[in-house]
Design a protein around this ligand. Structure first.
Ligand code: CTP
Length: 394
């Protein structure tokens, strides 16, 4: 399952604790989750649709009868990575346990097989009632994660189990469900991504096939693990990257300038960008006529990674290589020549890997055996590289 830009359905049941889920929504967004709020109709008595729409920045529906042409219960279910239902009332738990589908939220739960966590909140007698106890057990048996409510004072003067847990406790349990590890808090991760373009004239350039997907996956994985992330993005769309500082660049020279400025402050540099090896010797200010395009004189670009080695302190530096032959020998040569701690190499014969969601290749380390990476998502590779970086940071 993708850990990047994870889509969460925040289901809200009709209990007074619904207002606490406004804070929960904010904290989920802070952690990079994309959240669609699906309240039950009765919960709107506590928190209205307008509040959820304003906080989530997304449309909010309670029934399958709204926007029918978009088939909302299938569409939202298809894109969701996780469900978090908070508060889960006794009635909502009963409806879920019996497989009812009488509002949008219960339809979605039935239509989706992703992990689902429930945060019950209700009066202690309702929580301890044998009907609720059985329903909770049924849901747990089906794989739902049902949190234990806290013991304490309820809305009236009664005391007992049934209180909505504090938001940080809910987030902690939800992280366990989603596999969200926060092991990069306080670390700065610098990532380059995309392919540089070297201008020939005002309309033409020398470029390459890099889509930026791998670098974006690494940046998001680092952000999701708590790092402060700076992404140097060469020629791709970045508007969806919340919580990441982005420098947009075009050429290798632009990328070099940002790298020199950012590298001294970072703990980890992951250089996934495809840097053009050469650029036109001179840039024509006018569009070159086709009759004059027979040849373009090129000059080599500087090796950006190589140029950072003289200012390298304790940073962990990871490079990428895309090769069409002798890929392991070539990668080892680059690992050593560029003074890298790790290099990930993939075989791109026939244009494989570029623009795709999956990758496969080999991780080469300085003093360790090579690690083969079988077909994995680009965000899984991002997490794997970050695991190595953390190990080397100590
Ligand atoms: N790289 C760099 N500066 C360049 C070219 C590449 O910093 N001018 C980085 C890439 O971002 C990548 C690593 O070096 O992390 C290897 O890139 P690659 O293009 O495979 O290496 P080159 O040095 O260009 O080697 P060759 O042209 O011989 O394949």
């Amino acid at each position: 399952m993708s850990l990047v830009g994870r889509e969460v359905v925040l289901g809200v049941g009709g209990g007074i604790a619904a207002y606490k889920s406004c804070e929960l929504l904010r904290r989920l967004q802070d952690r990079g989750y994309k959240v669609t709020v699906v309240p039950t109709p009765s919960s709107l008595n506590f928190v209205g649709k307008a509040t959820w729409e304003a906080l989530s920045g997304r449309p909010v529906n309670t029934q399958v009868w709204e926007n029918v042409h978009t088939v909302p219960h299938v569409k939202i279910a298809d894109t969701a990575d996780f469900f978090l239902i908070a508060p889960a009332t006794a009635d909502l738990i009963a409806r879920l346990a019996t497989g009812r589908a009488d509002d949008l939220l219960t339809n979605l739960v039935l239509a989706s097989d992703v992990p689902k966590m429930l945060v019950p909140a209700m009066h202690p007698s309702m929580w301890l009632d044998p009907a609720t106890v059985t329903n909770v057990q049924t849901l747990r048996d089906r794989g739902f994660i049902v949190m234990e409510p806290e013991v304490g004072r309820l809305t009236g003067n009664d005391i007992g189990p049934g209180r909505f847990p504090e938001v940080p406790r809910i987030i902690k349990s939800f992280d366990d469900v989603t596999g969200n590890i926060q092991d990069l808090v306080g670390r700065r991760v610098l990532v380059t991504a995309g392919g540089t373009r070297e201008a020939i004239d005002p309309v033409r350039f020398i470029g390459n096939k890099s889509s930026g997907k791998q670098g974006v996956a690494i940046a998001l994985a680092a952000r999701n693990r708590g790092a402060q992330v700076h992404l140097i993005a060469a020629n791709f769309e970045t508007s969806h990257l919340d919580g990441i500082e982005v420098s947009k660049v075009e050429s290798a020279a632009d990328m070099h300038a940002v790298l020199l400025e950012q590298f001294p402050q970072c703990d980890v540099l992951i250089m996934s960008a495809a840097v053009a090896d050469a650029k036109p010797k001179s840039l024509s200010l006018d569009k070159i006529k086709k009759a004059l395009l027979g040849s373009i004189e090129l000059e080599e670009n500087p090796d950006l990674l190589g140029s950072l080695m003289s200012i390298k302190k304790n940073q962990v530096v990871i490079g990428f290589a895309a090769e069409t032959k002798d890929h392991l020998q070539e990668a080892r040569r680059k690992l050593e020549a560029k003074g890298l701690d790790l290099i990930y190499v993939n075989d791109v014969s026939g244009g494989a890997i570029f623009g795709q969601e999956q990758t496969m290749g080999t991780i080469l380390l300085r003093n360790d055996a090579d690690i083969a990476v079988k077909e994995v998502s680009k965000d899984a590779l991002g997490n794997l590289l970050l695991d190595h970086a953390i190990r080397q940071l100590g």
